[in-house]
Design a protein. Structure first.
Length: 296
């Protein structure tokens, strides 16, 4: 009981102003009469005080800027003011991106699709085809066997015809050849050469005969003026011709090699004749085509 009273007295004695008493001091306080014992016993507050409140002291309050008289504007308010005055940043306008042009994939000639319009016109029909068309007008085949028999009969009758009887069919074939030549000429002018090449490649792969362009249907190449050296190759001087004849039968390559050496050794007067003739022909050709003439 005395020990408990001593602890209560120790807590009661000026806790906030003095240090915490040790066990020895508490025992002395218990043996001595205390004038505050009656007051302590009559206190209704909690007798125990938290250790932190007894040991810790209040830290002195930090001096504010107002006490020193230096008034500073807060940094945040300054940044807000500056941000308020700035104009809103404009979003960059994106430039329209051009779509990449895809290159056409390479298609082999054997797989190239040929439209009906790009196919060559029907070739010239032979005299026998005209005879066969006339022969089948009065005969209707109901089966493949009938068709084979009709073809055999047509061949026999065709061979039995005389030349005078075949002439009308030959004339019809010749007229159809003119039609084919006209159609083929128009076809070669409009069709892509690569398409025509693909047609022949595909026909060859199938074992079929290739399409041949008639010489009359091929586009004519315009002749351009010959140079002075080319005129010399076509018409060399008599002494050079005699030299070539003395060599006997020579190849085309060897002949041109010899003529090249003779051209380099040609005299200035003889070479000038070829040069003047080439210049005159070139000026006439340019005048016909509406081109400006060139100087010598």
């Amino acid at each position: 009981m005395l020990r408990l009273l001593g602890q209560h007295v120790a807590l009661r004695v000026n806790v906030t102003k003095g240090p915490l008493f040790t066990g020895a001091v508490v025992s002395q306080l218990v043996t001595r009469p205390s004038t505050h014992a009656r007051t302590f016993l009559s206190v209704t507050r909690p007798l125990l005080v938290e250790k932190d409140t007894a040991t810790k002291r209040k830290a002195p309050a930090a001096k504010s800027d107002t006490a020193t008289g230096d008034k500073k504007t807060p940094a945040k308010s300054a940044s807000k003011t500056t941000a308020a005055t700035k104009e809103p940043a404009k979003k960059p306008v994106k430039k329209p991106v051009k779509a990449a042009v895809k290159s056409k994939a390479y298609v082999p000639l054997t797989r190239m699709k040929i439209s009906r319009e790009d196919r060559p016109p029907t070739g010239r029909r032979s005299p026998f085809v005209f005879f066969l068309q006339e022969f089948l007008k009065t005969r209707v085949s109901k089966s493949l066997k009938d068709s084979a028999e009709y073809m055999s009969q047509a061949g026999q009758e065709w061979r039995a015809l005389s030349e005078s009887e075949k002439q009308k069919y030959k004339d019809a074939s010749a007229e159809d050849g003119k039609r084919y030549l006209r159609d083929m000429t128009e076809y070669i002018e409009r069709v892509d050469p690569q398409v025509f090449k693909a047609i022949n490649v595909q026909r060859k792969a199938k074992g079929q005969q290739r399409w041949k362009v008639p010489p009359e249907a091929k586009p004519k190449r315009e002749k351009t003026p010959l140079s002075s050296f080319m005129r010399f190759l076509r018409d060399p001087p008599p002494e050079v011709v005699a030299k070539l004849e003395g060599l006997g039968d020579v190849t085309w390559l060897k002949r041109n090699t010899i003529l090249g050496e003779e051209w380099r050794q040609l005299s200035t007067e003889t070479k000038a004749s070829y040069t003047e003739a080439a210049k005159k022909e070139r000026e006439e050709w340019r005048a016909q085509h509406g081109l400006a003439t060139t100087s010598a």
